[in-house]
Design a protein around this ligand. Structure first.
Ligand code: DGY
Length: 320
């Protein structure tokens, strides 16, 4: 009898076929709608493998319903949607997809930084709504990027890739990380600082750290108040790292100049969220890794991890 797998979203046929060569596959058939919790609760009962996305909360209550589960393969690098400890206790392996999305996510982070600094979204709306009557000296004037100071919080793979991009813009790069990275510091000419100093010095603060209980609300009212009133905050990591209430007030009251957000505490962000009313915020629907090639590589890697665990081999990217 083939092992059973449940896939929580419609993924490309060629990836499904690879899994089907070894397993009996059931799949949620929607592309744009997440699997309802009650369906997942039912589907998880008898499967050996779960292929899931960051939209699914894989918690203890769900795992209690899984009677044969060997592996949870998350098609994402972040795995804060999974109760990893609960999985470990039950002997269930958890895998993720690091590496393949590094450059694509760094591209998006830099694009968001540039469009926030130079007010691209606001400028497009300005033109389309017929407000463009003349050229004037301070019309839609933004902040310079070339030669500015970039502060990166979290120097993992994506932080490094972002620093490489910033080098091309002659930026002065500060970073804060739980541990220092002397090799990367030397190679990319980075300067390690404590977090408060980074917040005080940087013109751009980019959040690139994983979301954990320690980084929950890492950036709140106090941290925002340390930033310059010309500074820009960019978050392409996870929404919960920034206190959105504090961010709203900081942006509204000119404590900081602007923010670029690809992630939110609650996703999709509710349309009546106060942050969406501000002109100095660029908002994206969590598209950091969204290039066609990268999303394909993520799906392939998630499938490889899943199949390795099902065959009792060691998956390439094992979280636990
Ligand atoms: C991840 O992989 O964790 C991103 O947020 C989505 O690609």
């Amino acid at each position: 009898m083939k092992p059973k797998v449940y896939i929580t979203r419609k993924i490309p046929n060629e990836i499904v076929s690879k899994i089907e060569a070894v397993c009996e596959v059931r799949m949620w058939q929607e592309e744009e709608k997440p699997v309802p919790r009650e369906v997942l609760e039912k589907e998880i009962a008898d499967v050996d493998g779960l292929f899931c996305l960051l939209t699914e909360s894989i918690d203890q209550a769900l795992l209690d319903r899984a009677h044969a589960l060997k592996v949870i393969s998350n098609m994402a690098v972040g795995y804060n949607n999974i109760d990893v400890e609960a999985a470990k206790k039950r002997g269930i392996r958890v895998t993720n997809t690091p590496g393949v999305l590094t450059e694509t996510t760094a591209d998006l982070t830099f694009a968001l930084l540039m469009s926030t600094a130079r007010r691209l979204v606001e400028s497009t709306e300005y033109l389309r709504s017929g407000k463009w009557e003349t050229w004037s000296p301070l019309q839609l004037a933004g902040q310079d990027i070339y030669g500015a100071t970039l502060g990166i919080i979290g120097m993992g793979r994506i932080g490094e890739a972002l620093a490489r991009r910033a080098k091309g813009f002659n930026m002065n790069i500060l970073y804060y990380n739980r541990s220092r990275k002397p090799v990367v510091e030397k190679e990319l000419g980075l300067q390690y600082t404590e977090m408060d100093e980074l917040l005080q010095e940087a013109d751009f603060v980019c959040i690139m750290t994983p979301y954990t209980p320690e980084t929950n609300n890492l950036i709140g009212e106090r941290e925002l108040s340390l930033m310059k009133n010309t500074s820009i905050l960019i978050n392409t990591a996870r929404g919960g790292i920034v206190n959105e209430d504090a961010l709203y007030h900081a942006l509204k009251n000119g404590v900081i100049w602007a923010a670029g957000l690809d992630v939110f505490e609650k996703e999709p962000v509710p349309l009546d969220h106060p942050l969406l009313t501000l002109p100095n915020v660029v908002t994206l629907p969590h598209i950091g890794s969204a290039s066609i090639k990268t999303r394909m590589k993520m799906a392939e890697l998630a499938a490889e991890n899943l199949l390795a665990a099902i065959r009792n081999e060691t998956p390439k990217h094992l979280v636990v």
